[in-house]
Design a protein around this ligand. Structure first.
Ligand code: HEM
Ligand code: HEM
Length: 186
């Protein structure tokens, strides 16, 4: 499989970034569901610490992914798409990228405002983004929750669109983001 993107397929590196981030987001929602139900205690703290470390990893992966995207070609959307479908795809992708930055950043800000420094898998500690501030922390808990659920919603629409491309429109849009496949249309 080619390492670089072409105008017809995503390369191995772009695919790796895409699917690692998808795995990360699924892990984040699973952990959040688990720790939301727990009373305060060591178990909750362990799950929260893991949630924070994976969230910071996603932030780094998104920055690397966008840098990589700018360094090589981008596959073109199929010519059969209507103008409004192209616009919808672009708007959704931009929104996903924006949320992929805002959700972890709001989490990091929230932890700083709470006065709990963020550590990356216990290996090193990240700097606090803001000083301790209870009112800001309360606002950020709500903001992080809303942004995370917005990300979940847009990602679900995006998943449905990918399935529509594959099973209804029968074009190459999903195949070109999957390893071990080739394009159907030439
Ligand atoms: C893409 C990355 C992330 C996703 C998808 C995500 C998602 C979520 C979700 C769904 C919740 C539960 C919200 C609710 O109860 O409605 C949550 C809570 C939380 N997240 Fe994240 N998160 C991410 C990154 C981070 C990061 C980087 C940090 C901190 C460094 C963080 C810290 C927290 C904390 C402390 C809570 C608990 C808030 C509370 O007290 O209820 N998150 N997150
Ligand atoms: C948390 C979940 C997901 C996120 C955050 C996400 C994010 C993104 C983003 C930002 C792009 C834009 C690529 C670019 O133009 O740079 C993209 C492309 C793509 N995603 Fe996802 N994605 C997610 C889940 C999925 C799932 C579950 C599928 C399939 C079942 C999927 C299939 C695709 C495909 C096929 C493309 C390429 C579109 C094209 O070639 O124009 N994604 N994804």
């Amino acid at each position: 499989m080619a390492i670089l993107n072409t105008t017809r397929r995503w390369g191995a590196i772009a695919q790796l970034f895409h699917w690692l981030i998808v795995l990360g987001i699924v892990a984040q929602f699973t952990l959040a569901t688990l720790f939301d139900d727990l009373p305060a205690g060591p178990k909750k703290l362990t799950l929260l610490a893991r949630h924070k470390s994976i969230g910071i990893t996603i932030l780094v992966l998104v920055a690397l992914r966008l840098t990589w995207r700018g360094m090589n070609a981008t596959p073109e959307l199929p010519g059969t798409l209507k103008p409004y479908e192209r616009t919808l795809a672009k708007v959704t992708h931009v929104l996903l990228y924006v949320l992929l930055f805002l959700v972890p950043l709001s989490g990091w800000l929230m932890s700083s405002a709470r006065g709990f420094p963020v550590s990356w898998f216990g290996m090193f500690q990240l700097p606090d983004l803001v000083p301790k501030n209870k009112a800001l922390y309360d606002a950020l808990v709500t903001t992080h929750g809303i942004l995370a659920w917005a990300l979940g919603l847009v990602a679900t629409l995006h998943l449905l669109a990918a399935l529509k491309h594959h099973f209804v429109l029968k074009d190459d849009v999903l195949r070109r983001m999957l390893p071990f496949t080739t394009n159907r249309q030439g």
